[in-house]
Design a protein around this ligand. Sequence first.
Ligand code: SF4
Ligand code: SF4
Length: 332
Amino acid sequence: MRFPLRLTYDLSCYIAGNRMKKIEKFPLVLMLEPTHLCNLACSGCGRIREYADTIEKMMSLEECLHSVDECPAPIVTITGGEPLLYPQITELVAEVLARGKHIQFCTNAILLQEYLPKLPLHPNLTLNIHLDGLEETHDRILERKGAFKSVIEAIIEAKRLGFRVCTNTTIFRNTDLIEIEMLFSKLTDLGVDGILVAPGFDYEAVGEEIFLVRKDIERKFREVFEMSQRFRFWSTPMYLRFLKGEKALQCTPWGNPTRNPLGWKAPCYLITDAHYPTFAEMMEKTDWSRYGVGRDDRCAQCMMHCGFEPTVVGEIAKSWKDVVEMAVWNLT
Ligand code: SF4
Ligand code: SF4
């Protein structure tokens, strides 16, 4: 099975429960950023640039846990910054798991080997490792020589210890897809459990022309879709068909709400118009009709998984064909 049975079951029950209660807008994945501090300065990173003035701010452990309790999403992505720089990271992981949530732990893996013995081997914990190419490319994008080597060593050790590991690759304007295929082949040999892939988002704060525009995304992802037939992708088939221009979707910005040291970020993980003190206030006060492709210029080129994979979940319930496709895909 592609996704763990427990995750599939918990997510299905949560979605069905919301549908039965006729709740129209509900979150699927809480993006928790306890700190924006990072030990890298990657070329395409919007976070460290957007939050440069507040980068030293951190959420307390209590604030993090209160956020997890406020937001009903069954999955918590712990991200940043680099979450391994958060001083109480092991306590945070343990407490989130104790609440029955599933964790996607996003890391650049520079410190991961050192932390593996401190992280629990728990069925609800997945290590999600950032990897943008083979050695030369990855080290260039992360602006750190040896970063690729650290990732590979960390993946080997994590798999040896029995952790579930997935990788997360961003496709940029200059990404060479032959190289990406070689990378996925290598990751498959290393035994990674899943591969996530998405086009980069054109963060205003980055201000460099490294991101793809919509037409180019669709062209590049026709090839990436072919790869999804050969490698164990965790990006869903419907999302990949959207990326290659075969399916029209509108985003679901509340699907992955983001909590960081400044508050609940609105309207979405990618663009920021406000920070709210509570999850409920953010959901209530955000004028969702203002956002999405065709409604806000900043959304024009966005095809990111955090905005559109939650839409896929909503669409599946509307079509038996999609339900069957997803079920078969998850079982293979
Ligand atoms: S590792 Fe992540 S948070 Fe750190 S600079 Fe790179 S993209 Fe940004
Ligand atoms: S299109 Fe993208 S950037 Fe715009 S609101 Fe949706 S997820 Fe956010």
